[in-house]
Each structure stands twice: as structure tokens, then as C-alpha cells.
Design a binder for this molecule. Structure first.
Ligand SMILES: Nc1nc2c(ncn2[C@@H]2O[C@H](COP(=O)(O)OP(=O)(O)OP(=O)(O)O)[C@@H](O)[C@H]2O)c(=O)[nH]1
Ligand SMILES: [Mg+2]
Length: 349
């Protein structure tokens, strides 16, 4: 296989999008963080021939280790978290739908505050610790520093949990490439995932009940043209019902986010057999809504399950079961690549 410039570009973008969310370390609870810091601090022993100085230097070293380790841990959480406002709009929308952007920003702010505050306490209190000349006050001061910093970290425990949940949520986000994107949309159970499987190497879940797909699945469809590799990104979406936007549940909102922020081409899939469980008139009504919402996308209207029905519409006709019409659909898609080329309007509406 010849490695082209496009291959390298795709790979770099993929690495960027993967590292964007995967840099965040495992986020521990307040107790786990404190445990780690205490354990690390307790290993510090400073040698000195004088018993008092041995004790004093050890207390200082342990306190310093405790504070700096803790501050480092909290800082690593905040610094590696993707900056929400700089993320591509699609990911910002996923965060809004699945986590709640304000909650996440608030929690990041709280953990940042804990890091800064514990650092300030440590800096101020270490100075006092270093001036002490007796063991008992030295130990009491150390205990006070541990107590104050621990209470700061415990105060943000619920925020650490929110960051930890967000980190797990990021892992479910699809890896989106910056290439021409086709979104497959339509009513539930019409065969959207079956089409993604036909068009790409993706292995989405397919089942005979509605709302099988609950996340966005990604596949790729590539074709060589001369020395160029033309790659479409294909997104399979959860099924949509014909209903007002404000009534849409979070799963439907994911489909809307993909359509709104990523779709250059929308394959709107119908099931004229109605074996999906929904009437064709309702499916057509959904199309009307989609066209009003996504005016900049090119719609390709496709009827699936043609192995069990025949109709006289001029829509594309396919069967994901037998493969009928799939090659023709692929050929048509590549006539739309790149998306500013002339479009074959006879197959579009
Ligand atoms: N006869 C026939 N059945 C099909 C065809 N395509 C898909 N199916 C069946 O239709 C059912 C739904 O297929 P899916 O691909 O899961 O449909 P979907 O639109 O992704 O469904 P949701 O994710 O629930 O919205 C499954 O039982 C498929 O086997 C087809 O061309 N012909
Ligand atoms: Mg599906």
C-alpha cells in the first residue's frame, strides 16, 4: 500500500483527537489522594547526627512532600483536562448533553481552587515550621498543616467525582476525523446501523427492536482516485422520532448534535415496509423537520428493505440484507466528493 499525504493527515488528526481526551489520568477520590500523599511523605527520612535536627528536618521534608505531591496531583487533573471552550463544537455539544458543561467547568474550577489554596497554605506554614525550635510545637504544626490541607481536598471530593465521571464519559466519545462526513439518520429500526455495516468495516449493533443504537458509531468509506485517497467519515446515529426538539431525549439529542455539527451529507433512510414499527407518513414528516433544521446539508433519500417491498418513488433503493443497491449508493456518494463538486440532483431532494 502506498502511504499518501492524506493517510498521514488522517493519522495525525486521529492521534490528536484520541490524545485530546485520553491524557487525563485516573481521577482519585479525596481519601485516595490523601492516602497516596501520606504514604509517600512517610517514606521521607532525613539524616542528621543531632536528634532534634534529624526530627525537624524529617518533619519538614514529610510536610513538604505531602503538600507538593498533593498539589501536583490536583494540578495534573486540571491541566490535562481538555479545555471545553476550545473543543470542536460537536464534542462541546456531547459534553452539554451528557455531563452538563456548567457543572463540569464549576468542578474544574473547584479542583483548581483546592490546588492553589493548599499550595498557599503549604508555603505560608512551612516558613513557620522552619522557625520552630522544639519538637512538640513542630509536630503540632505539622498536624495542623495536614489537617487544613486535608479538609480543603475533602471539600472538593464531589467535584473530583464529577471529573472522574466526565473522564469515563470521554472514553465513550467517538473519534471524529476532519474529513467529509456523512450522517445516516432516520426513524428507529429502519436499518441505519445495517447500512453503516454495509458501507464500512464498522461493526455496529443491529437488532430487530427500535433504539438499539444509543451512541454515535463511526465508520470510514475510502476510495482511491489517482494518487488521492478519498475518505468519507460515516456516522450511524440513534433513531429519531417525529417530535419537537424540546421533547427529544438525550439519546436523540446525540443524533441531532452529529447532524448539526458534522453532517455535510445526510443519508435519510426510510423503511417503506414499516416493519420498523413506524408509519412511512411519520418518517416523511421527520424528513421535513430535518430539512428545515439542516439546510446546509445535502440530503440523499434512501429506501431500505427493498428485498421485501417494491415501490415506485425515485428515491435510492437498497437492501442492507441482500446488498442490493449498495454499490450504486457508494458510487453516488463519491460523485459528491469533495462536497463542492457538482451534485447529481436527480438522486437528491
Ligand atoms: N428485510 C430486511 N431487514 C433489514 C434490512 N436492513 C435491516 N434490516 C433489519 O431491520 C432491523 C433493524 O436494523 P438496524 O440496522 O438495527 O436498524 P437501526 O435503524 O440502526 O435501528 P435503531 O438503532 O434501533 O434506530 C434488524 O432486524 C435488521 O436485520 C433489509 O434491507 N431488509
Ligand atoms: Mg442502529
Amino acid at each position: 500500500m502506498i502511504i499518501t499525504y492524506q493517510h498521514i493527515n488522517l493519522l495525525l488528526f486521529l492521534i490528536w483527537s484520541i490524545t485530546m481526551f485520553n491524557n487525563v489520568p485516573v481521577i482519585d477520590s479525596a481519601d485516595e489522594i490523601l492516602d497516596r500523599c501520606f504514604k509517600k511523605a512517610s517514606k521521607k527520612v532525613i539524616a542528621d547526627r543531632d536528634a532534634f535536627y534529624r526530627k525537624k528536618k524529617t518533619v519538614i521534608a514529610r510536610t513538604e512532600s505531602f503538600g507538593t505531591t498533593l498539589s501536583g496531583i490536583l494540578e495534573s487533573y486540571v491541566k490535562t483536562f481538555p479545555s471545553i471552550d476550545n473543543l470542536p463544537m460537536f464534542y462541546q455539544e456531547l459534553i452539554r448533553i451528557k455531563i452538563n458543561t456548567d457543572t463540569l467547568k464549576h468542578s474544574l474550577g473547584a479542583v483548581h481552587w483546592a490546588q492553589q489554596t493548599s499550595q498557599q497554605i503549604l508555603a505560608a506554614q512551612l516558613k513557620q515550621l522552619k522557625r520552630m525550635r522544639q519538637i512538640d510545637p513542630l509536630l503540632a504544626k505539622q498536624k495542623e498543616i495536614y489537617g487544613r490541607i486535608s479538609s480543603i481536598v475533602k471539600q472538593v471530593d464531589s467535584h473530583l467525582k464529577i471529573l472522574s465521571d466526565a473522564r469515563s464519559m470521554f472514553k465513550t466519545f467517538p473519534d471524529i476525523l476532519d474529513v467529509p462526513t456523512i450522517v445516516i439518520a432516520g426513524y428507529p429500526n429502519v436499518g441505519k446501523s445495517s447500512l453503516l455495516k454495509r458501507l464500512s468495516k464498522a461493526k455496529p449493533m443491529i437488532a430487530q427492536y427500535p433504539f438499539t443504537t444509543k451512541e454515535i458509531s463511526v465508520g470510514h468509506l475510502s476510495r482511491k482516485k489517482g494518487f488521492h485517497l478519498q475518505t468519507f467519515q460515516l456516522l450511524d446515529t440513534p433513531g429519531l422520532l417525529d417530535r419537537p426538539m424540546e421533547k427529544r431525549n438525550t439519546i436523540e439529542q446525540l443524533a441531532i448534535a452529529a447532524l448539526e455539527h458534522l453532517a455535510e451529507i445526510i443519508i435519510f433512510l426510510f423503511d417503506p415496509t414499516e416493519t420498523c414499527g413506524y408509519m412511512l407518513t411519520d418518517q416523511k414528516q421527520l424528513l421535513v423537520q430535518m430539512k428545515e433544521l439542516f439546510v446546509h446539508a445535502t440530503f440523499i433519500l434512501v429506501e431500505n428493505k427493498h428485498d421485501i417491498t417494491s415501490s415506485s418513488t425515485d428515491f435510492f433503493k437498497i437492501s442492507c440484507k441482500t446488498g442490493e443497491g449498495i454499490e450504486e449508493l457508494k458510487d453516488h456518494l463519491f460523485t459528491l466528493y469533495p462536497h463542492d463538486t457538482a451534485k447529481d440532483t436527480s438522486l437528491l431532494e
